[in-house]
Design a protein around this ligand. Sequence first.
Ligand code: WTA
Length: 649
Amino acid sequence: MTESNNKDIFSEDQVKPFQPPEDFKASAQVKDDGLYKKAEKDKLAFWADMAENLDWTKKWDQVLDDSNPPYFKWFVNGKINVSANCIDRHIENGLGDKKAIVFEGEQGDTASLTYSELLKEVNKFSNVLRELGVSSGDTVTLWMPMIPEAVVAMLACTRVGAVHSVVFGGFSPDSLKDRILDSKSKVLITADGANRKGKVLPMIGAAAEALEDCPSIEKVIIVERSGADYDPIEGRDLRWEDLMKDAEEDFSPVEMDAEDPLFILYSSGTTGKPKGILHTTGGYLVGVNTTHRYVFDHRDDDIFWCTADIGWITGHSYIVYGPLSNGSTVFMYEGTPDYPKRDRFWELVEKYKITVFYTAPTAIRSFMRWGNHFPEGRDLSSLRLLGSVGEPINPEAWLWYHEHIGKGKCPIVDTWWQTETGMIMITPLPGVTPLKPGSATKPFPGIDAEVVDDQGEPSKPGQRGFLVVKSPWPAMLRTLYEDPDRYENTYWKQYPGLYFTGDGAWKDEQGYFWIMGRVDDVLNVSGHRIGTMEVESALVDHRDVAEAAVIGKVHEVKGHAITAFVTLKEGVEGSEELVKELKAHVGKKIGAIARPEEVFFTYELPKTRSGKIMRRLLRDIAEQRDLGDVTTLMDPDVVASIKEEYKGS
Ligand code: WTA
């Protein structure tokens, strides 16, 4: 990683930077480098200042307690409630009739909630939760489609002081089960089913079997969304509509400590078991409130659309907590960009006059492939700012997005961050930062990001290294749920005192950051993190599989495509049928996003002398590159035979 490779790196950087358009700059939240200067002068004073933008019921005594690293506390002894900051205070400021959520379903059904209506729903659902015995510190799991009820449920959890664990609706019931068992949730909120490309995907009905193994779950609350059939279990299953009908409309938000847990969000790591990333209350809200305001240049008349699912951190931070804490109007869509037609997103931009649009490079690459006539057929003139997140955006996709969606007039904020960071960390500020396509540009004010070499020393310009964060930030994860050792080992052991992101990166002469992607065994498939070990565990779980190795093959649209090399048990023959079965098995164990694109059978897997599977080599084979150094391999013949089998397939 540390070899200097300036020549070909700088060739990526030949495009002249795009300056912020004058008219954009004229009315931007940030017009000069004042914010950077302020944060540089005194970081803690800067964050304290940002925290003043929220309503605290008791002010903090200390901005940061860093006496026990890597366990940091922000806004020590401050008291606050997240839902009160996302709803009540806007109503007190006269925004009760402003739309908080504007929703469209896949079938074209619509709904919206003003801030006053949102308060009513959240209060009612808070009473429902309290009636069911949910109180401060309890964990509630959500496994839901992209519908307004999901936002209502999340906010109600924060109002009663419960910790939510949102599981992406596309994960399988088995994955849901693992996450419920780990978090010991008492309540599950779900739906009868979800609408997906014109079909109904059953949810509660499909999860019934997995839930039998979840003893902590006392109640299941089911939203009727799709009409999918299910057999309710007496005493356990309750209908959302029934519960809400008679619920009281008043509920006083529970005062929470700044460091009380707010949510757990499971994310893939380098082992088979997902990590329960834990975020707390005060610092997280300060982080997402501040970044939403400045990165997305919040304006009162914005219609803000973040296309992420609520089950990912991007949905948590920039559908719910960031924009709502700023009193923004959030647009939410249930479906995919290609149903019923490939201009669905542009139809929605036109219809709802979306002003700020935030999506992932994988989606942008699909739009490019589908053809320019889809966006060209729609009026996109309401757009004023575009965003990108989830993986490095290739300059070609950046330029296409800028020209065909932004019509050359919208700045693009390429935002680097992670589930762990909670908030955007490296990003342009659209009114001031000259943009270089493919670069997330510079750290947000108050963020100490750096690229370092093997020794933890700052890399020279153009030198590839590892992305780290040198000092704590308010929205950082606090630990991994009930696994402090893994927290310390994953993030703080690589370079003592520095937070290790797991990403490779380099900086150019102007200090711009260029992120290269993961340096660990985590794949980025369509902007979603999938651990190779998770997929391997799912494969090995199949009765016919002896061993499996999974790699990410570079893929034009998805970033990575999952490729699996599988060794079968004695006496089992590989077949097309078995390939199908194994793909389906992974889909069942984890979810459709983790289903391998390709499965190859092999007699053995290449390993180092210490028994570690050589994924780099498998990647080279899959991408048909020349093999590098194979001298450390236990049995070099294995490689030759895998290569032969792969070619022959
Ligand atoms: C990658 C998503 C390059 C990176 C918010 C990171 C990016 C992982 C970018 C986190 C970006 C995210 N440019 N790479 N703008 N944004 N990544 O936890 O590898 O789902 O470590 O959080 O996505 O993924 P996660």
